[in-house]
Design a protein around this ligand. Structure first.
Ligand code: PGA
Length: 247
C-alpha cells in the first residue's frame, strides 16, 4: 500500500471494540465485498485481535493498522507493543497521537514524534492525529494548533519521510458527537496542514470526527480531504462499506 500519492484512503479505528469472534465476523463481511479499486482501506482493531485480523485479511486488499505503538523494539515497557511485533502480524499502518491517547494515556508531541520515526524505520505508515477541543475551536485556534501539532510530530524528518506519512485532522469536539463543521471550514484547516511542511503536498490527509455515509460526500469533495479516519461508522460492515463506496 502506498499512501503518498494522495490516493483516497479510509481507515477504520475500532477503538476498544470487538472480541476475536466479532473481529472475524466483521472482517469476513468486509473482505467478501468488491471494494472500489481506487480506494485504499485500512482497519485498526485492538491489539488482542490483530493476529486474528491478520489471518482473516490474508490475500485481501484491506490493510491492517494498529491504534498505537511503542517506539522501542523491545524492553521493560509493561503493557506496550513494539513495531517489530506489529510487523510480524503484517501491520502496515499505525494511528499515532489520537486525542484519546493524548488525553487518557499521556501521549505528548515529543513521544508522538519518537513513535513516528520508529514507525517509518520499520516501514509502518504513521497516521498522525491532530485536532482542537471545542474551547480551542471557539477561541479560533484550530489552524494554529493543527499546524503546530503536525510540525511537532514530524520534527527531524526529511521531506521524503514526511511524504510517507498520513495526517488525520480530527476536531476533538466532532469525535463521537455527531457534530461536523462546514466542510469548507474543515478544508481550510486541512489546507493549512498540507502547506505547513514540505512533503505534505503529496501526503494523504484525512478528516476524522463523526464521518459517515451521510456527510462523507460533502467532505471528500473538498480539495484537501483525501479520505477519513472513521470510528463509530467502522464498527459494522454496512456502515463502513457505505463510506468506502462514497469515495
Ligand atoms: P468517530 O471517531 O468517527 O466515532 O467520531 C473518529 C476517531 O476518533 O478516530
Amino acid at each position: 500500500l502506498t499512501t503518498y500519492t494522495r490516493r483516497p484512503l479510509i481507515v477504520g479505528n475500532w477503538k476498544m471494540h470487538k472480541t476475536l469472534a466479532q473481529t472475524r465476523e466483521l472482517l469476513q463481511a468486509l473482505r467478501t465485498q468488491a471494494l472500489p479499486a481506487a480506494v485504499d482501506v485500512v482497519v485498526c482493531p485492538p491489539f488482542t485481535a490483530l493476529a486474528a485480523a491478520s489471518e482473516e485479511l490474508r490475500g485481501s486488499r484491506i490493510a491492517l493498522g494498529a491504534q498505537t505503538m511503542h517506539e522501542e523494539e523491545q524492553g521493560a515497557f509493561t503493557g506496550e507493543v513494539s513495531p517489530i511485533m506489529l510487523r510480524e502480524l503484517s501491520v502496515s499502518h499505525v494511528i499515532l497521537g489520537h486525542s484519546e491517547r493524548r488525553r487518557f494515556c499521556g501521549e505528548t508531541d515529543e513521544s508522538i514524534a519518537r513513535k513516528v520515526r520508529a514507525a517509518l524505520a520499520h516501514d509502518i505508515t504513521p497516521i498522525v492525529a491532530v485536532g482542537e477541543t471545542a474551547e480551542e475551536h471557539e477561541r479560533g485556534l484550530a489552524i494554529e494548533l493543527a499546524v503546530s501539532r503536525t510540525r511537532a510530530a514530524f520534527t527531524e524528518l526529511t521531506q521524503k519521510e514526511v511524504a510517507r506519512c498520513v495526517v488525520a485532522y480530527e476536531p476533538i469536539w466532532a469525535i463521537g458527537t455527531g457534530l461536523v463543521d462546514e466542510p469548507t471550514e474543515t478544508n481550510v484547516v486541512m489546507g493549512a496542514i498540507r502547506s505547513c511542511l514540505p512533503g505534505l503536498q503529496n501526503a494523504s490527509i484525512l478528516y476524522g470526527g463523526s464521518m459517515k455515509a451521510d456527510n462523507a460526500a460533502a467532505l471528500v469533495k473538498q480539495s484537501n480531504i483525501d479520505g477519513g479516519l472513521i470510528g463509530g461508522a467502522s464498527l459494522t460492515a454496512q456502515a463502513f462499506l457505505a463510506v468506502i463506496e462514497i469515495l
